[in-house]
Design a protein around this ligand. Structure first.
Ligand SMILES: [Zn+2]
Ligand SMILES: [Zn+2]
Length: 433
């Protein structure tokens, strides 16, 4: 059993170059030169050490849809992507709308032991939108749920949303809303616009997302509860959140890596790999999302890792499932689009990948600075290392990535979770690529 790791010559949080020693799950020393024996030594020259990543939006599919993903395969995908904690969405079978299921998910996550798996509880029973789930029993269960979401579905009934916000306010919980008016998006297949018209597919107007974002911001403000907007995709949505934050309202928001990179033009291929909910939008939306992440309007990157088996994606667009896997490619996309270009600093990258998601969800042992005495959750990045995405090599049980064959800079070369090395690439092979 490896219980000490010495990481030499890495840039701590993108700043000063130091050695860093981990023992028994904690960071015990940071100094220019550490002479200590360790079970494992990692040469991190030229690399950057970041606080371990936290994903607030992961679909792990277990229980019930283990043909797409299991907590074990999803945890491994997370570790490979540099994550040390993931929030598991509630749309499993059965739905995680009671204390038994959330405790089961947490227990399996713990036994796998590659990342902390924090279950998200459903807002309404069976995600049906008709009756509030037992939020209190999930909050007070062993899983200590603080984030609630019907993700996949929108909590569209405003009275239901108000009650949920009032309920979670009692224990400083947060409602994570999949903002999508169901009436405006019935049978919708992709973004409403020129491409949808050309393909003859039913469109999904931006206002279906923006109207719910606006409504829920106002509701949450009235109640005085915390609201988190999942996967913002439209320029208008960014603008509404920017306005709300300027008023001092308690709202946080996330963007996915795929919405930072891809547009509805991809759908011209008619390849259902690009079918995702919410849909890929336009270049001006992508530009606004990037700007929102840069200026703090959008708080975090959430992967919306949504594994689906091949038969659900390699079929006609209309019958294909919505979703893409994302854990293993999230950071390289962020690096290539915004860090390498200098638009966001390492400090901001740490916020969006680690400290802000931990803070929103109340994960107290995560998102901590790299300092002596802190839990050893560390992601090591090789900024010069490139990664060619090969779906066959993904740890995820599902291979539905739209990035197959694409090259990204900013490779995740190692992940340390609780002082244990959960991922490490052969560093020499990286250097020779
Ligand atoms: Zn969603
Ligand atoms: Zn989702």
């Amino acid at each position: 059993m490896v219980n000490s790791i010495l990481i030499t010559g890495g840039a701590i949080a993108g700043g000063e170059v130091s050695d860093l020693l981990i023992r028994d799950g904690h960071i015990v020393e940071i100094a220019p030169k550490i002479d200590a024996a360790a079970d494992e030594v990692i040469d991190a020259k030229g690399m950057v050490l970041l606080p371990g990543f936290v994903d607030l939006h992961t679909h792990l599919r277990e229980p019930g849809r283990e043909n797409s993903e299991t907590i074990a395969t999803g945890s491994l995908a997370a570790a490979r992507g540099g994550y040390v904690a993931v929030s598991a969405m509630a749309n499993t079978l059965p739905v995680a709308d009671n204390s038994a299921i959330v405790e089961q998910v947490a227990a399996i996550g713990k036994s796998v032991g590659l990342v902390d798996v924090f279950p998200i509880g459903a807002v309404t029973k069976d995600l049906a939108g008709h009756e509030l789930a037992d939020l209190g029993s999930m909050a007070h269960s062993k899983a200590q749920v603080r984030v609630f979401s019907d993700d996949g579905n929108c909590v569209s009934d405003p009275l239901m949303m108000r009650r949920a916000l009032e309920y979670v306010k009692q224990f400083d919980g947060v409602i994570a809303q999949h903002a999508q008016d169901p009436r405006l998006t019935e049978d919708a297949q992709m973004n409403e616009g020129i491409v949808a018209s050309t393909l003859g597919l039913k469109g999904w107007p931006a206002v279906a997302e923006e109207s719910i974002i606006a409504r829920d911001i106002l509701l949450a403000n009235m109640v005085g509860a915390r609201l988190h907007i999942c996967h913002v995709t439209t320029a208008g949505g960014v603008e509404i959140i920017r306005w709300a934050k300027a008023q001092g309202m308690k709202v946080t928001a996330e963007v996915t890596p795929h919405h930072l990179l891809l547009t509805d033009e991809s759908a011209k291929s008619y390849d259902a790999i690009y079918k995702v909910n919410p849909p890929l939008r336009t270049q001006s939306d992508v530009d606004a999302l990037r700007q929102g992440l840069v200026d703090g309007t959008i708080d975090i990157i959430g992967t919306d890792h949504a594994p689906h088996p091949v038969e659900s994606k390699e079929c006609e667009w209309q019958s294909a499932a919505f979703g893409m896997v994302g854990l293993e490619t999230a950071f390289p996309i962020l690096y290539s689009t915004l860090i390498a270009t200098g638009r966001i600093s390492w400090k901001r990258a740490i916020e969006v990948m680690s400290s802000a998601p931990a803070q929103i969800a109340g994960y107290e042992r995560h998102g901590r600075p790299l300092a002596v005495g802190e839990p050893a959750h560390i992601t090591i990045i090789d900024p010069a290392g490139s990664m060619r995405v090969d779906r066959a090599l993904l740890a995820s049980k599902s291979k539905n990535t739209p990035f197959h064959g694409m090259d990204f800079q900013g490779r995740v070369v190692a992940t340390v979770f609780n002082g244990i090395l959960t991922h490490k690439v052969d560093l020499r092979s990286v250097a020779h690529e």
